[in-house]
Design a protein around this ligand. Structure first.
Ligand code: ATP
Length: 349
């Protein structure tokens, strides 16, 4: 295993479209980093440049001590796992898994050993004689993973590998991948548009937008302490609530108000996580009307509309005491309001 270091990487496509705009990022040896962001933000382009499938316009890619920026994919020692599995339909699972080794003319005994080991690790050793068409989606994805593992690469690259799986298999495969990462001590760069996937699996998450990395940090640091409104909005489900107003230095004043000691700003945005809104009988807090109650079992989401028309969502434990049409007061849990400058979304210090 090796570290991945990307420095000032730029990809400008013919026609002038900028896919990746000056990204620097390090994935330490043995670490699992997820690259997330909305569609078109440059995740796949980044991954393809690391894999050697796309030439950068400028910048450098290092794997361990080697500068691989201009090396072809086969000389980079990376294994890639895609959304569509890319298994050969005419080969058995065994032959598919063995493929990267047979093309490298690995000795037959060694091929057999590594295929068995990978298949056992992924619990598909009973399926080795089937063709891909005779497997479920989850089993196909595990065969593709086994094929990546047998290579014992310096770096694993994943491009939305779970997108084709249904919700239950996906949740299970997520847990399996985390366990696999631990066992292999693998260095992983994992691309997904699903922030839940990134948050639950990766040790660090890089949030991209418009070709740039907005912030790179451990998942909970991004959640609790986002550096910009873009990150605050992308991380968390349901999305963080936002209202416009002004920061006075000691308070935020707007459709919602709360004490907060940040730099004064006449045109600011207050952002509050759903679990940091408190609903109470309508009295002196910002008055609102309940528009929808969504029971989820252990918690409920209560959607409310403030007098000024702003829609907010609050997360409450268990079953909500509120019903549609109820008048409620809305308060921010002390110390939990995040303030940003409206002009550029930067966090107010
Ligand atoms: P998605 O989640 O939808 O796959 P992404 O974050 O992976 O999106 P990329 O596929 O990396 O995004 O694309 C980044 C930007 O570069 C987009 O604006 C896209 O339209 C553009 N782009 C990608 N490939 C090319 C190409 N070959 N020629 C021109 N523009 C491209």
């Amino acid at each position: 295993m090796a570290a991945l270091t990307v420095t000032h990487l730029v990809k400008r496509f013919t026609g002038g479209v900028i896919g990746v705009d000056d990204v620097s990022l390090t994935v330490h040896e043995g670490a699992f980093t997820a690259l997330v962001g909305p569609s078109g933000c440059g995740k796949t382009t980044m991954l393809r440049m690391v894999a050697g499938l796309e030439e950068p316009t400028s910048g450098a890619v290092r794997i361990g001590a080697r500068d691989v920026t201009w090396l072809p994919p086969r000389d980079r020692d990376v294994a890639m796992v895609f959304q569509n599995y890319a298994l050969y339909p005419h080969l058995t699972v065994r032959e598919n898994i063995a493929f990267p080794l047979t093309v490298r003319r690995t000795a037959a005994v060694e091929v057999t050993r590594r295929v068995r080991q990978a298949a056992e690790l992924l619990d598909i050793d009973g399926l080795l004689d089937r063709k891909p068409a005779q497997l479920s989606g989850g089993q196909r994805q595990r065969a593709a993973l086994a094929r990546a593992i047998v290579r014992e690469p310096a770096l694993f690259l994943f491009d939305e590998p779970l997108s084709n799986l249904d919700a239950q298999v996906r949740a299970q495969t997520r847990a399996e991948l985390v366990a696999l990462h631990k066992r292999l001590g693998a260095t992983i760069l994992y691309v997904t548009h699903d922030q839940v996937e990134a948050m639950t699996m990766a040790q660090r998450v890089a949030v991209m937008a418009l070709g740039r990395v907005l912030q790179e940090a451990p998942p909970m640091a991004l959640y609790r302490d986002p550096a910009s409104l873009g990150v605050a909005r992308f991380i968390g489900s349901p999305s963080i609530n936002t209202v416009a107003g002004r920061a006075t230095g000691t308070r935020f004043e707007g459709a919602l108000s709360c004490d907060t000691r940040v730099a004064p700003c006449a045109d600011a945005v207050l952002a509050v996580r759903p679990e940091h809104l408190v609903l109470e009988p309508a009295m002196d807090a910002a008055a609102a009307v309940v528009t929808l109650v969504e029971p989820l079992g252990p918690e409920s989401l209560v959607r409310v509309r403030l007098q000024g028309g702003e829609d907010l969502v609050a997360r409450v434990a268990g079953e909500a005491a509120w019903r549609m049409g109820d008048a409620v007061g809305v308060r921010v849990v002390p110390g939990q309001g995040l303030c940003f400058r409206a002009a550029d979304g930067a966090r107010l210090a």
